[in-house]
Write a protein that binds this ligand. Structure first.
Ligand code: SAM
Length: 239
């Protein structure tokens, strides 16, 4: 990463109230690993330095504007792709324990190698589908889930809420279009044992793009029939 990229990251971090100074070596290393991996495979669509800094690193860190992440919490990142938002969260918050879940094997392999390369002992990569994990060993295991750019709200709710313990939360990183999805998701949330806790509007540092953090609270155990089999939530969203 160039000196300009580093300065941009520091400035954006300050706008979020974060001192990223101590974490710069890891972000530089992650940047290098992403650029190198993108030469070999189609890992991420955003490939320019400014885009990686603002749209991947900083956008991921906006999750921390929600004050609910307590040290010691186990957090699952559902559909982490190349590691977002999970890797930046693991870097900046060593007290959290991140599980980065991804259905595509080559992406999960990249995330595992990034965790090793960055020396993160508070993160693990998991290759699998959320539906299968939530119907098995990881059901109602996590204190929280984070989800960015995976699917519409009812679909993501069915993937993430069953993985979270009663009392925990799901944080969805969304754009302003989520306002339209909210009205159509009440039935799905009710079926899954969840409820909308709130929507936090924010602007991405530096560029000012509009974002929304949507918080779902897990109120009751999710009925056994959810999530439905792998692929069904996306094909036939709950209503
Ligand atoms: C558009 S990418 C976004 C990746 C990352 N969250 C980000 O914002 O950069 C969506 C990812 O979710 C993964 N995914 C979709 N459905 C999934 C499921 N049911 N279980 C696990 N991963 C899933 C896909 O393989 C894909 O890598």
């Amino acid at each position: 990463m160039s000196p300009e990229g580093t300065q941009l990251l520091l400035k954006a971090g300050r706008e979020l109230g974060l001192d990223l100074g101590p974490h710069i070596p890891r972000f530089v290393r992650l940047y290098q690993m992403l650029v190198e991996a993108n030469r070999r495979m189609n890992l991420t669509a955003i490939r320019d330095e400014r885009g990686i800094v603002l749209k991947h690193f900083v956008d991921s860190l906006t999750c921390l504007l929600y004050p609910g992440f307590a040290d010691g919490a186990e957090v699952v990142d559902v559909g982490t792709g190349a590691g977002f938002p999970g890797l930046p969260l693991a870097i900046v918050r060593p007290g959290l324990r991140l599980c980065l879940l991804e259905a595509t094997q080559k992406k999960a392999r990249f995330v595992a190698s990034a965790i090793e390369g960055l020396g993160l002992d508070n993160a693990e990569a998991l290759w699998g589908r959320a539906e299968e994990l939530a119907r098995g060993v990881k059901r109602e295991t996590y204190h929280a889930a984070v989800v960015r750019a995976v699917a519409s709200l009812p679909v993501v709710a069915e993937l993430a809420l069953p993985l979270v313990r009663v009392g925990g939360f799901v944080l969805l990183q969304k754009g302003p279009e989520v306002e339209g999805e909210l009205g159509r998701s009440k039935g799905a949330l009710e079926k899954l044992g969840g409820a909308l806790e709130g929507v936090l509007p924010l602007s991405l540092p530096v560029g000012g793009e509009a974002r929304r953090l949507v918080v779902l609270r897990k109120r009751r155990p999710t009925p056994e029939e959810y999530p439905r089999k792998a692929g069904v939530p996306a094909k036939n969203p709950l209503s």
